[in-house]
Design a protein around this ligand. Structure first.
Ligand code: ATP
Ligand code: MG
Length: 311
């Protein structure tokens, strides 16, 4: 039985190029290159599959370069319910030069009306009471910003639960659907509330303003500074241990996977904070999504430091 479904409307193949001394306006030579099936929901699914969770994936994939995705899904026994659309899934370039990464993102494919209809049908078929849906990433060009609101409502009508990780107008719009949990990073939340958030207390107050708008739990990630977790009962600040950073790509996706994993076990907020924060910290120590070293991941969970905020 599926436990989690992730929805990625605008996936990408991540092409990571290592270019020492990368500079704009010059000839740059690639020292190393790799391509990974990516996109936020795909990364979350990949991480959850490594934790032995039964996970399904949907959204839109271009038929012309689908091989990398199908190979990943087979290898990790991920149930593939992606809607196939004409054309190629976009490639996102990540140019890595030491600790600095430069992203070059293409807009991606635009699904047609029938494709959208097929996606909604998939969501209806896949929803079961208590099943978690993770809706993550940007909305493709040509699709209305309110699509997440409609997807969330459809899932909730049939008793499913939702985690949302997006930004900008789609995040603002989606709040009307009352997702069960949202995970903006601090920049995304500060854009949403329209003021800079400088301290954990300011982050907490902004996060609590989303509880007033019908969200059950809010997690605000702050990179190496950890994250603030709030629900109606409590507010926690979780700090990751110091780790050696190899690539910050996908830290947020790993965090979402850790949060969902802990919520599937019905763990209290403090443990949700440990799992989420440690999973993000684990991800930055590696290139690529998923868990290659379960023991290293487990060890980080105990090393997260939890502090209570306010009251
Ligand atoms: N440098 C770091 N050291 C330790 N842990 C980190 C570091 N960067 C990120 N993390 C962990 O990962 C979590 C998520 O990171 P971050 O806030 O950067 O997410 P994000 O901005 O949503 O990332 P993404 O680009 O994947 O969307 C943090 O809350 C933290 O637990
Ligand atoms: Mg993020």
């Amino acid at each position: 039985m599926l436990e989690v479904v992730t929805v990625t409307l605008n996936p990408a193949i991540d092409q990571t190029l290592r270019i020492p001394g990368f500079a704009a306006g010059r000839v740059n030579r690639v020292a190393e290159s790799r391509s990974d099936a990516g996109g936020k929901g795909v990364n979350v699914a990949s991480f959850l599959a490594d934790l032995e969770i039964k996970v399904g994936v949907t959204g839109f994939l271009g038929v012309d370069n689908i091989g990398l995705f199908e190979t990943l899904f087979e290898r990790k026994r991920i149930i593939d319910r992606f809607v196939r659309i004409d054309g190629s899934t976009r490639v996102g370039l990540k140019i890595v030069d030491g600790p600095t990464t430069t992203d070059v993102n293409f807009p991606g494919l635009t699904p047609a009306k029938e494709d959208l209809r097929e996606l909604f049908n998939q969501i209806v078929w896949l929803t079961e009471p208590g099943r978690w849906f993770v809706l993550a990433g940007s909305v493709p060009a040509g699709v209305r910003d309110s699509i997440y609101t409609d997807l969330i409502e459809r899932v909730h009508e049939q008793g499913g639960k939702t985690v949302l990780d997006t930004s900008g107008p789609p995040l603002r719009e989606a709040l009307a659907g009352h997702p069960d949990l949202v995970k903006p990073n601090v920049e995304e939340l500060s854009e949403l509330v329209g003021s800079p958030l400088r301290t954990p207390e300011e982050v907490r107050a902004a996060a609590e303003s989303l509880l007033d708008r019908g969200v059950q739990r809010v997690v605000v990630s702050m990179g190496g500074d950890g994250a603030v977790f709030v629900d109606r009962g409590q507010a926690l600040l979780a700090r990751p241990p110091a780790v050696t950073v190899r690539s910050t790509v996908g830290a947020g996706d790993a965090m979402v996977a850790g949060i969902v994993y802990a919520m599937l076990q019905d763990l209290p907020l403090e443990d949700v904070a440990r799992w989420g924060t440690a999973s993000g910290a684990y991800a930055v120590t590696r290139v690529g999504a998923g868990i290659e070293d379960p023991a290293a991941h487990r060890k980080l969970i105990d090393e997260v430091v939890i502090e209570r905020l306010g009251n």
